[in-house]
Design a protein around this ligand. Structure first.
Ligand SMILES: [Zn+2]
Length: 315
């Protein structure tokens, strides 16, 4: 259950009546209560960032000293963009429910709160059928699957280095989106966890490039995920590429944006050749396609978004 900020009644400026009642409240209560009431008015009155599950939210603030940025119980990267202006990036996890949340800038002697309004997002339903051996597992296979899943979670916890950017300038490969981000999956009739990535169906052997520079922090041959490469871009932004036919990256190597890291394949549990591209930012599963610069996104065929008969997986 993600941390949820206290709710505001509205995200726009408060009415005069609300201001007056807050002022009355302030006169009556202790100093501690003043702060609580002020925070409430600020968070509800200020500019609110609107987002959906899977989005990256960009926030800015002003101050003479470097602040830290906090939301959903963790800190987020902050960069100076001019003498007294700071920009921060916050990921809205796939599982965050619609509602009002709060991000907080912490300076040494003050705090600034900003509302993040998460709006509902409709996710596709994806049915796939795979052989029984790929849906029901014996104990050793289950142990292997868990080990591999833990290796991927370790990649997600890699916050080392500085991200070259917080968006992708290119797609890792071009093709047809066969299962969109967040799709509610049903494997052989059983409901499974939502799809934490995007499936891009493409011919086997087509190159897969790093969409942003980073370090290859894991390479493994997974039972379900097939040949997999994890790239930590820095600042806790991590990409994972699954079902590769060939891996052309070495664990520990640094790759530049555009460098080939493998080829599209059908290894692991896959109903056809495709690339599964997952992006996790400080623990938040994000929609990779929403992080790609607009022009580059056109290279995936939007008309086929979510087609059931295309290559897919159960990841
Ligand atoms: Zn997938």
């Amino acid at each position: 259950m993600p941390w949820r900020g206290w709710a505001c009644a509205r995200a726009r400026s408060p009415t005069e009546a609300q201001r007056r009642s807050a002022a009355v409240f302030l006169r009556r209560r202790s100093h501690r209560a003043h702060l609580v009431a002020l925070a409430l008015v600020w968070a509800c009155a200020g500019w609110a960032a609107a987002a959906q599950p899977g989005d990256l939210v960009v926030l800015e603030t002003e101050g003479a000293t470097r602040p830290t940025l906090h939301a959903w119980g963790r800190s987020w990267p902050v960069r100076r963009i001019s003498a007294q202006r700071w920009r921060g990036w916050v990921g809205v996890d796939l599982t965050v429910r619609p509602g009002h949340y709060v991000a907080e800038w912490r300076f040494s002697h003050r705090r600034v709160r900003e509302a993040i309004v998460v709006r509902p997002r409709a996710f596709a339903l994806s049915h796939i059928r795979v052989p029984k051996a790929m849906a029901e597992f014996d104990a050793p296979t289950l142990a292997r699957i868990r080990r591999e899943a833990e290796a991927i979670r370790r990649c997600y916890r890699d916050w080392r280095g500085r991200a070259p950017a917080f968006r992708f300038l290119a797609l890792p490969t071009e093709g047809i989106v066969s299962t969109p981000f967040g799709a509610r999956r049903v494997v052989n009739g059983s409901p499974r966890a939502p799809h934490k990535g995007v499936d891009i169906a493409a011919p086997r052997g087509q190159p897969v490039i790093a969409p942003l520079g980073g370090q290859v922090v894991e390479v493994l041959d997974g039972f379900l995920m097939g040949n997999t490469v994890c790239v930590a871009h820095g600042d806790g932004l991590v990409s994972v590429f699954m079902h590769l036919d060939e891996v052309k990256a070495r664990k520990g190597a640094f790759v530049r944006a555009g460098e080939i890291i493998g080829t599209v394949g059908q290894t692991g549990r896959a109903t056809g050749p495709h690339l599964h591209w997952g992006v996790v930012f400080r623990g938040a599963a994000l929609d990779p396609l929403r992080l790609v610069a607009n022009r580059a996104t056109n290279a995936v065929k939007g008309a086929d978004y979510g087609r059931k008969d295309q290559a897919s997986d159960g990841d």
